[in-house]
Design a protein around this ligand. Structure first.
Ligand code: ZN
Ligand code: ZN
Length: 221
């Protein structure tokens, strides 16, 4: 029995099957044509022999075991994409390749931390659903994500700035001069038409486009 020992090739296949399934495609032909694996027939056999897929009537589907694995892989990849675009401000196109590698590095434990840190995002930057994890279930009980963007922050609430990701780096010094730096405690006074923050005794108005780049953690005062 010939088998592929390369985990990564199997992982890539599982992810592809998950994505095809999301798009409503279960045809074996479709899988074969979409895969860029150098030996798709062998790959297909290996998946079946490992109990990850079942093939019948020209359709290939993930077994329960295969689904659990694919789900975890897709979750890690899409969270990695979010991490790269939201926090590191990389473009969505460049992100895919790095995220592809990252899903193999993120441990389950680290995945939960990343998910919590990002506020349990429902979708990746491309708009595809991120499969929920254990941490997201807990969210329903204690509701609040750890870090939220200022745009999503509630008026009247107080938060400590966790980080700022300016699209224009020259903005940082301007924000700094206003007292908007990581570690500052601010109160959100209003959102419309512009964002008004209270920092110590001063109030500062900022543009909504800048508010999007400020992330903070709610503090109870
Ligand atoms: Zn994506
Ligand atoms: Zn989560």
């Amino acid at each position: 029995m010939a088998e592929i020992s390369d985990r990564e090739r199997i992982d890539e296949a599982l992810e592809l099957l998950w994505v095809l399934d999301e798009e409503g495609h279960g045809e074996l032909e479709r899988f074969i044509h979409s895969s860029d694996d150098p030996d798709v027939p062998l790959l297909t056999d290996t998946l079946r022999e490992e109990g990850l897929t079942a093939v019948a009537d020209g359709l290939i589907r993930l077994t329960d075991k295969g689904r659990v694995m694919a789900r975890g892989l897709v979750r890690r990849q899409r969270l990695a994409e979010r991490l790269f675009t939201d926090v590191l401000q990389m473009s969505e196109d460049t992100v895919l390749n790095d995220a592809c590698k990252m899903e193999h590095i993120l441990s389950e434990e680290l995945t939960e931390s990343v998910c919590t840190f990002l506020g349990h995002p429902p979708t990746c930057p491309h708009g595809k659903p991120i499969p929920r994890g254990e941490c997201c279930k807990k969210l329903r009980i204690d509701i609040r994500p750890v870090v939220t963007g200022l745009s999503e922050f509630e008026v009247g609430a107080t938060g400590r700035i966790t980080f700022i990701v300016p699209s224009d780096p020259s903005r940082i010094s301007k924000l700094n001069s206003l007292g908007i730096v990581a570690g500052s405690v601010i109160k959100l006074i209003q959102k419309i038409p512009s964002f008004v923050l209270q920092i110590d005794e001063t109030t500062v108005a900022i543009d909504p486009s800048i508010a999007k780049e400020i992330y903070l953690k709610k503090v109870v005062v």
